[in-house]
Design a protein around this ligand. Structure first.
Ligand code: GUN
Ligand code: ZN
Length: 352
């Protein structure tokens, strides 16, 4: 098992990369800090000092050994803003676009998470793989079953990881075995919040999967839950493909666009993480900014499913900038590594 907090004290030598600001605001030269030969000194899980190796070396007590990672990058842990642990087994399932892909591969895989032993085994593998990829914090979708969230939180807790996760709420347009109801979805989420939220580094995210798989009654219940626990995050999917947008327009004809569905049910605010937003209109970008909500851009997933090219520079427009995080979106995404995600994000931005 990989653990986040290593033995103490600890000194690490390597190339240090850190960020002193948002490159979209202050520019990359000011934002990125780079120390080609650096030293980081940690004690009790906290960084005590970081800087040029030759300066800090003198301050280091001689009994502390230096782990030499010269040639490697040492940086803060990555944050995965959108990932489905219950889709670990479907990575690289080929040949479909979003809605068929979810029906044919994802739902059958998620049904297996009713079995808590299976959930624990996959959660353990998933957490170890995130850590091995340099990811120490993640916003995670579990299956509809509360025990699938229990399994993930338990495995994250033993590894001292920062996890923001929730059981999916979904009560229509999914197989019968994967449905909760407006009431059970609310009650089960509430019990999970009471059990896990704020325990160590664990946080709960209210998780209506997407507007296409929740009735208005369930979205109403999710909004009520957020009003009861306003400190929580909310995570959901939005505007991932044009087909999906047409489907939502049919389900919610009285709403002016996709974001308006979530706005109507009180689900868009400071700690809302909206997955994808590839096909956002200018009005949706503006309202997302006004409400201080965030977007999780999932580049390897968007390329794998052919969903579209997210307009990062548009989302970060100086007049109405939006918080954008990067998600792997495993299992539509193809790599646990955020370095692979950033690589794909660069190419998507270049194509735009
Ligand atoms: N929209 C609703 N559910 C899903 C999912 O599991 N994966 C992706 N990529 N989009 C979704
Ligand atoms: Zn997703």
């Amino acid at each position: 098992m990989v653990r986040v907090q290593p033995a103490s004290p600890l000194a690490l030598r390597g190339t240090l990369v850190s960020f002193a600001g948002d490159p979209f605001v202050v520019g990359p030269d000011e934002a990125v800090r780079h120390e080609s030969d650096g030293l980081v000194i940690c004690r009790d899980g906290l960084i005590e000092a970081a800087g040029p190796y030759h300066d800090l070396r003198r301050e280091l007590p001689p009994d502390i050994p230096i782990a030499d990672y010269s040639g490697c990058i040492i940086s803060a842990g990555f944050i995965d803003a959108h990932v489905h642990y219950v889709q670990t087994g479907v990575i690289a399932s080929p040949g479909e676009r979003l809605l068929d892909w979810v029906n044919d591969y994802v739902y059958p895989s998620e049904e297996a998470f009713e079995d808590e032993a299976h959930a624990r085994a996959v959660a353990a593998f998933f957490c170890d793989t995130l850590l091995r990829s340099g990811t120490t914090t993640a916003c995670i979708y579990c299956a509809v079953y509360p025990q699938s969230a229990d399994a993930l939180f338990a495995e994250a807790e033993t590894r001292n990881m920062r996890v923001i996760a929730g059981k999916c709420m979904m009560d229509r347009n999914v197989p019968e075995a994967l449905r909760d109801t407006a009431k059970t979805g609310y009650d089960q989420s509430r019990a999970l919040i009471e059990r896990w939220h704020g325990k160590g580094r664990l946080l709960y995210a209210i998780t209506p999967r997407w507007a296409g798989s929740s009735t208005p009654a369930q979205l109403e219940a999710a909004g009520a839950l957020w009003r009861a626990y306003p400190q929580l995050h909310v995570q959901t999917h939005i505007a991932e493909t044009e087909e999906e947008i047409e489907f939502i327009a049919k389900l919610f004809p009285e709403r002016k666009d996709f974001l308006d569905v979530y706005e109507h049910f009180g689900l868009v605010g400071r700690r809302t993480v909206l997955g994808h937003a590839i096909w956002f209109s200018e009005s949706e970008f503006c309202r997302c900014h006004e409400r201080d909500a965030s977007i999780a851009h999932c580049p390897t997933s968007n390329l794998f499913l052919g969903s579209g090219l997210f307009r990062l520079s548009c989302a970060k427009a100086k007049a109405r900038p939006i918080h954008v995080g990067i998600g792997t979106d495993i299992g539509a995404g193809t790599s646990f590594s955020q370095l692979a995600s950033l690589n794909a994000a660069y190419k998507i931005a270049a194509l735009n």
